[in-house]
Design a protein around this ligand. Structure first.
Ligand SMILES: Nc1ncnc2c1ncn2[C@@H]1O[C@H](COP(=O)(O)OP(=O)(O)OP(=O)(O)O)[C@@H](O)[C@H]1O
Ligand SMILES: [Mg+2]
Length: 696
């Protein structure tokens, strides 16, 4: 556990709008050995988990588990409906849930006989080993309904979001933590805070935010935490991606009911993004509301809703990797920063400085403008100093003395980049250059010889680490490295299929790469549309994924992308929702017709749900790809796409856009002009339906 500065003593609650909930238990120490040995069952990923020993319910992945003494928890099979009934009872534990309430909530569109419900309860009791007389879990209240009676522990309140990975000692970040602590203090006094954490890749932005959230969860237990990840590649087309992700967590997290209520009253255009949370009678009304949704309205709604949520309990949002953000999220940050109402709200956004500084990213302009107007703070993380490398090594060797010169060597090589520092130590340990004796760090070669062995760049070091793996392990890493979402999470089944590997063998290799080589780690399993839950893994850091990806010859890469796209088409069953992601794989795979087809589908979804701007951007990209088609196919596609653009313009009744559409001239200039013309008046957009994770 980190020994970094603890700002907790600075934090005080103001009387007034903040109403602290019950005090939560302190965070348990996170023990990396236990995580490395985690089985497929995701006990370390606690979001949405409810425990009623010996069972626990994973509401995110919709499965029930029974704890076993050997730590390999056992998954209990339940039909989706039985799971939904159990979940409803657990989420409304301690009170009578009438039959009508259950039928209304879970069979909203169908008439169902009460016997069907009884059958589901019977299945659940069987799964839990419970009995109607003298029950331990579900009590029947005759002719009225049911009550979940076992005590429930909400495991998601024990840990903050996304902190499931092992935590090493965080060094050299006391000042940054103190700055974040001061901002939080101001937020707790009603002064909204926007803080950007920036720096080069691997400098420790995520580690800092993790540590900060951990401390906040301990010292301000009443706070609500929501974290959203921007998506690399096609993320720019996924409007509001991090906000939707964070909002989903808030809705499903502790006190989620009241978040949903706030959305229903203040932000209906956002609530509709979460179909599972919308009652049948609300749905039609919300769909009507969507017809009048404009970009401005959506921004106003979410701003007001976040303020209302923060008026109940303080709110800390963290958006990760804003270098990949979509424009809508930038607009949202801007709106949140500029509103004047007081709010117990803090938003942290991390981004890779070089990516943003060297681009014309809208984030760059926004940050500069907010800084000038003193509406945000920036914490630019610097490399660690040699003293901090010494501190890190000392902590890694359990406080024992570190061999002379070792810290200097690592410092010189890593130039204080923490990711490089961690990787260099790993490299030396794996090559037997250093070892531990009675917990003490020992050099096995003279320092000068070690210096020659340590690669000069992080990339080189990762390359060497991968070169030393077996060819089967390398193959697994290659197919794993095709980008998916967020922290490069991937599911075993599709990757094994496209790599022509047995699923079990593939998973075994992933386990080895997790345990022995620290390249992958277990991630939350994913439920596929057919109901099967598949184990998932992720790269420990994006650079590992990138190196593995770049090692492949272009033809192999393209082939794997195409095969992954085809696998998804055949098995995923959510191609409409994930059309942009799918288009990406077909584009990388050089399958232009299918890439164009899915881009059009993605544009349709974006246009239908949220309006023209995003649809126009996507169609613009489709037009770029049309140029790669053979002449015979080009004209037809071009016409279809331009017609779609024209429809968008007509629907938006924007004369400038229509004019741009009709004016002869180069197609790209034309679409750019259309997108620009629509910009000022377009409703907001999203390709994503909440809950969709684009996993394969
Ligand atoms: N201050 C620190 N002390 C010790 N280890 C650190 C520190 N900062 C980061 N690390 C370790 O370095 C590695 C990279 O850190 P992290 O993932 O936070 O970087 P990042 O800036 O978020 O990278 P990216 O730009 O790719 O998102 C992790 O293994 C992390 O645990
Ligand atoms: Mg990061």
């Amino acid at each position: 556990m980190s020994a970094a500065a603890d700002f907790g003593s600075q934090l005080k609650f103001e009387e007034g709008p903040i109403s602290p909930r019950e005090t939560l238990p302190p965070l348990p120490a996170i023990d990396s050995s236990h995580i490395a040995n985690a089985s497929v069952c995701p006990r370390t990923a606690r979001t949405g988990m409810k425990e009623f020993p010996p069972f626990w319910l994973d509401t995110v992945n919709e499965c029930l588990w029974r704890c076993r003494d050997d730590g390999n928890d056992e998954r209990i099979r339940l039909t989706p409906k039985a799971f939904a009934v159990l979940r409803y009872l657990v989420e409304h534990a301690g009170r009578l849930v009438t039959q009508d309430e259950l039928l209304d909530a879970l069979w909203p569109d169908t008439f169902v006989q009460p016997e069907v419900l009884k059958g589901q309860i019977l299945d659940i009791r069987r799964a839990l080993g419970d009995r109607p007389k003298g029950p331990l879990f579900i009590e029947t209240l005759p002719r009225r309904g049911y009550q979940f009676i076992a005590p429930i522990k909400d495991m998601s309140t024990e840990s903050t979001l996304g902190l499931e990975q092992p935590c090493r000692k965080l060094v050299g970040r006391d000042a940054a933590l103190a700055q974040l602590g001061e901002s939080l203090q101001r937020a707790l006094h009603g002064q909204r805070q926007i803080v950007f954490v920036s720096g080069e890749p691997g400098i420790g932005k995520t580690a800092l935010v993790d540590e900060f959230q951990r401390q906040v969860a301990t010292h301000v237990p009443a706070i609500r935490l929501g974290r959203g990840q921007c998506v690399e590649g096609y993320g720019g087309m996924e409007a509001y991606y991090p906000m939707l992700e964070a909002l989903g967590q808030l809705c499903r997290g502790p006190g989620g009911d009241s978040v949903v209520r706030v959305l229903a009253t203040q932000a209906p255009t956002w609530l509709i993004q979460f179909p599972a949370l919308v009652k049948r009678e609300q749905r039609e009304m919300l769909q009507r509301e969507m017809l009048g949704a404009t970009r401005e309205r959506m921004l106003r709604e979410i701003s007001e809703a976040l303020e209302a949520i923060a008026s109940q309990t303080p709110l800390l949002l963290a958006f990760e990797d804003l270098q990949w953000t979509d424009r809508s999220t930038v607009d949202l940050i801007s709106a949140l920063a500029r509103r004047r109402q007081s709010a117990n709200l803090m938003l942290i956004g991390t981004y890779r400085l070089p990516d943003v500084a060297s681009s014309d990213s809208p984030l760059k302009a926004l940050k500069q403008d907010l800084l000038i107007h003193q509406l945000c703070h920036e914490i630019a993380l610097e490399p660690l100093g040699e003293v901090e490398v010494v501190e890190y090594l000392a902590a890694e060797s359990g406080g024992a003395a570190v061999p002379d010169g070792l810290a200097g060597l690592i410092y010189r090589h890593s130039e204080g980049n923490p990711l490089f520092m961690v990787a260099a130590l790993e490299h030396m340990t794996q090559r037997g250059l250093i070892s531990r004796e009675n917990g003490k760090c020992k050099l096995n070669l003279p320092l000068e010889e070690i210096a020659l062995e340590v690669p000069e760049s992080l990339r080189q070091m990762i390359e060497i680490q991968i070169d030393r793996l077996s060819s089967e392990e390398q193959r697994v890493l290659e197919v794993a490295s095709l980008v998916s979402v967020g922290r490069s999470r991937f599911a075993v089944a599709p990757r094994a299929a496209i790599g022509d590997l047995e699923r079990v063998a593939f998973e075994d290799v992933c386990e080895t790469l997790t345990r022995r080589h620290c390249i992958l780690r277990a991630a939350t399993p994913e439920k596929f549309p057919d109901g099967t839950v598949y184990p998932c893994y992720e790269f420990v850091h994006a650079l590992y994924r990138e190196v593995c990806y770049r090692r492949m010859a272009p033809a192999r890469r393209a082939n794997l992308h195409r095969r992954l796209g085809e696998w998804v088409e055949a098995h995923w069953g959510r191609v409409n929702e994930d059309a942009a992601w799918l288009a990406g794989h077909f584009e990388q795979g050089g399958d232009w017709p299918r890439a164009i087809k899915y881009l059009q589908l993605a544009a349709d979804t974006a246009g239908r749900l949220f309006g023209p701007r995003q649809a126009a951007v996507i169609l613009e990209h489709a037009l770029e790809l049309v140029n790669r088609l053979p002449d015979a196919e080009r004209a037809e596609n071009e016409i279809t796409i331009l017609e779609k653009l024209r429809t968008i313009c007509n629907a938006s009744l924007d004369s400038r856009a229509i004019e741009a559409c009709d004016t002869p001239g180069p197609i790209l200039l034309k679409t750019e002009a259309i997108a620009e013309a629509l910009e000022s008046r377009a409703p907001c957009e999203s390709l994503r339906t909440a809950g969709s994770t684009r996993m394969p």
